[in-house]
Design a protein around this ligand. Sequence first.
Ligand code: FES
Length: 186
Amino acid sequence: MTPRLDQLAAPVEIGKFYLVPTVEAEWYGRVQPWPVIGPKHSDAHCLRFEEQHYHPDPRFIAARRRDDDYNFWRFVAAAPITTNKRINSAGLPRPVWRRRKCLRPANPWLQDIFELVQLNGNWQCHFAEWTGKQAKHDGRGWVCPHRAVPLADHAPVAGVITCPLHMLRIDADTGVVLPPLEGIAA
Ligand code: FES
């Protein structure tokens, strides 16, 4: 049986199939069921992004050959699936579980993008608010304290799980939210 992402107690594995939440909507100029992570939300506080949106899940997005470059992955991290007057104006539907193959463990450019955004004042507000907070454990893994996103299916890198939504860094052993990077005030 194909496992559902929200039932995993270990990180996804490349090449394996999972049931993944998808939202059929326009994003990146295409209308199709896009894999998403976390709940629909807005980020008016700190990040000043008021539109309701979902975050696409880069682990299950099959980029076309010409997309597969730094700018595409930056788009994946920075441009969520939104509803506004121009696109998805009727609203965003609830996610539907669909079978998808895991193509990669995370956004391949997440660290580079992280280093870019942490210089932005809105993001510094976000990191300052959450640094030092304790994530809860849901019995499978840590849950990001920002939007209650379960992270059991996300692999740590060098002992740190980076939440793919707004890039909080969580100590994989203790669940404490770490500072964005050494030297950045939090
Ligand atoms: S949900 Fe926002 S950083 Fe995790």
